[in-house]
Design a protein around this ligand. Sequence first.
Ligand SMILES: Cc1cc2nc3c(=O)[nH]c(=O)nc-3n(C[C@H](O)[C@H](O)[C@H](O)COP(=O)(O)OP(=O)(O)OC[C@H]3O[C@@H](n4cnc5c(N)ncnc54)[C@H](O)[C@@H]3O)c2cc1C
Length: 332
Amino acid sequence: MPNQDNSGIMIYAQITNENYIHTVFYELLDKAHELSQKLGNVEISAVIFAPESKLEEYKESFRNMGVNRVYYFDNPKLENYSSIYYSKLLQELVKEVKPEILLIGATTQGRDLAPRVSAGLHTGLTADCINLDINEKGQLAATRPTFGGQLMATILCKNYPQMATVRPNVFKVHSVNYETNTEFIKKDTSIIENLYNPVEIKEFKKTTQTLINDLDNAEIIVAGGMGLKNEKGFELLKEFADKIGGSVGATRPAVESGLAPHSIQIGQTGKTVRPKVYIACGISGAIQHTVGMENSEYIIAINNDADAPIFDIADCGIVGDVFEILPEYMKN
Ligand SMILES: Cc1cc2nc3c(=O)[nH]c(=O)nc-3n(C[C@H](O)[C@H](O)[C@H](O)COP(=O)(O)OP(=O)(O)OC[C@H]3O[C@@H](n4cnc5c(N)ncnc54)[C@H](O)[C@@H]3O)c2cc1C
């Protein structure tokens, strides 16, 4: 049963720099429908920070999605993400609407926003969840890895809203058409006018690192671990990825050794990915890595140790030297 004083599920819909709604919103929304059903079909609302001039475009993104209300904030000060303004406005909205659950995508922005909102509202936040459910008492049961990924903990929150963040690619999106009339409600932003913001954004610069690629949406990922040994190994990996149209990923030790940027680290403290094909090259298969890629549709592992744990989750295993196997494939 839903809580008496608090109702509904609210989801933060992040607008990306390219002006679209971040895909993690749709993943959270899919899960929110499941949770809503278990709570007796409670309302689902979304929050966006978007100018009124762009509203028509965003309306399209919410069509037939089963969102009852979209609250939006329009103010020139909100054009770029601001920890101070966004968290204050979201807190005020939550106080007014009183959702019993507030979900935020664990993107770089969401990871900044969620703890500020939970601290401001004196409620709990379970970060980087891998599953969300409703228990027999109608509470949000948020599951996340703990003790370095060795255990899964299901965490309940005593206060409202019960908050959780989930990384992109953890939940699947099922295409369901909901015939809902979504109401768009503009919210007042005057509260931020006199709010001191110590941060001023001067400009955005695109990164120039060569191994940056879009892991979130990649259909093929070629990931490298310490078995690649050095920069030459990663150059070979990149060449192979380019040849087969894949994106490059890496393990944490590879990142920590300076062979790859942190932005392409996959695993518990990196990204969660769900490509169609994941090719693990010279990766042992530690749980802290596999937790970020085990939902890939088809896993191919190349490792010279036949007992490497990565073979336990691989659909296809190749026992051999990655420095011999990758060039051999590239000949074709
Ligand atoms: C709190 C915490 C968080 C962590 N978060 C992450 C995370 O987000 N992501 C992550 O990846 N790790 C993470 N780790 C580290 C994780 O525990 C492992 O240490 C790491 O995943 C191992 O990386 P690796 O497979 O590249 O290296 P190794 O374990 O050293 O494995 C290298 C593999 O390459 C094989 N190999 C060697 N030479 C060749 C060759 N020529 N050809 C083919 N195969 C070869 C070896 O047989 C071996 O299996 C975390 C650890 C902790 C404690």
